[in-house]
Write a protein that binds this ligand. Structure first.
Ligand code: GLU
Length: 339
């Protein structure tokens, strides 16, 4: 096994991957918890709608909650079928598609999976990244990831993303042209990041083409129900539990969830893992997808955000469901049998 200088070496090549998961309560119980989460937080109106073109016009009262089980049952409450642009949540699924196409190693080397790619206490990492660390869930890493999507032209890459994310959702997803055009005229910062990445040799394609494909992926419309099913596909070893289609491999799901656990919720990722205990990704339009490996996916949507950009109602509803359904990956109890 070749080891990159400084890379973590686990020495488990050829060792079979066994899985460690539990089971959900019976579906009627899950349905009741989804309805209760909606009722409990629907009156909460803390937070502000994103000050983004088009997204700023979102109805702040919208609130959808959904759980998709790996067994295929889907439970929804509220505005679970209202569509909105997926925004940064696309980063998680495009990352999975790129890992599927190129393999774990090349993506890890090109994009990185640590919070900064530098030592944990590096001051330079903060300066170099404008306060944001370097991984596939921030824009720099996401642009480098989109650049790796297979396709001979930007149009082919975009179609690969649209088809791939549609596979995760189990239905054909479509671009929101108004959101896309609104971002095309305001994405100067992303264009600057892409140029900088080009100068560091992290993007081999035309950086502006990469930004255009990335802007399209962010403007793909999804519903809360879709987010739950997309999450459940990552929870189900890469098979969409509703359509039965294999979208990515189990290893890609494991890699993607590991990245989400440490980086998916902007600069609150640590707090999120501490409070809720699930890998998740959120986006500036107000969506969150959270994944309980082997069990299912939670989708939430509500446009009012906290100061880090995470939906307030969405994070509360996800926390409630993680607790009541029993999804926190770090929760355990005394093992009583045989004592
Ligand atoms: N399209 C947005 C951007 O890259 C996504 C923002 C987000 O959801 O965090 O600027």
């Amino acid at each position: 096994m070749s080891v990159r200088p400084g890379a973590m070496e686990t020495d488990v090549e050829g060792v079979d991957q066994a899985v460690s998961t539990g089971s959900l309560p019976e579906p009627g119980q899950v349905e009741a918890y989804v309805a209760a989460a909606y009722e409990r937080y629907r009156g909460h109106d803390d937070g502000l709608v994103a000050r983004y073109p088009v997204l700023a016009d979102a109805n702040p009262g919208l609130f959808g909650v959904a759980v998709a089980e790996t067994g295929g049952a889907v439970h929804t409450a509220g505005d679970a079928d209202v569509e909105f642009s997926i925004q940064s949540i696309s980063k998680a699924f495009v990352y999975a598609l790129v890992c599927e196409a190129h393999g774990h190693e090349i993506v890890r080397d090109r994009v990185g999976v640590n919070n900064t790619g530098l030592a944990y206490n590096s001051v330079m990492a903060i300066e170099l990244n404008g306060g944001h660390p370097m991984n596939p869930m921030v824009n720099a890493g996401a642009l480098a990831t989109t650049a790796l999507v297979p396709g001979a032209t930007p149009a082919e890459q975009w179609e690969r993303i649209r088809t791939g994310l549609s596979g995760f959702a189990g239905r054909q997803l479509a671009l929101d042209g108004v959101v896309y055009h609104g971002e095309v005229v305001t994405n100067q910062r992303n264009r600057a990041i892409a140029r900088l990445l080009e100068s560091y040799g992290r993007i081999d394609l035309d950086p502006l083409d990469v930004v255009d494909v990335y802007t399209r992926q962010c403007a793909l419309n999804v519903s809360t129900r879709d987010l739950a099913i997309m999450g459940a596909t990552l929870a189900d070893g890469g098979v969409n539990p509703v359509s039965g289609e294999r979208v990515v491999s189990p290893g890609v799901c494991r890699d993607t969830l590991a990245v989400l656990a440490s980086t998916g919720m902007y600069e609150r990722s640590g707090e999120w893992l501490f409070e809720i205990g699930l890998p998740a990704k959120s986006g500036v339009s107000g969506g969150i997808t959270a994944i309980a490996p082997g069990k299912g996916g939670i989708g939430t949507f509500s446009p009012r955000l906290d100061s880090a950009g995470n939906s307030v109602r969405g994070q509360r509803a996800t926390a409630y469901l993680s607790r009541t359904i029993g999804l926190n990956l770090f929760a355990s109890d005394v093992h009583r049998s045989g004592r």
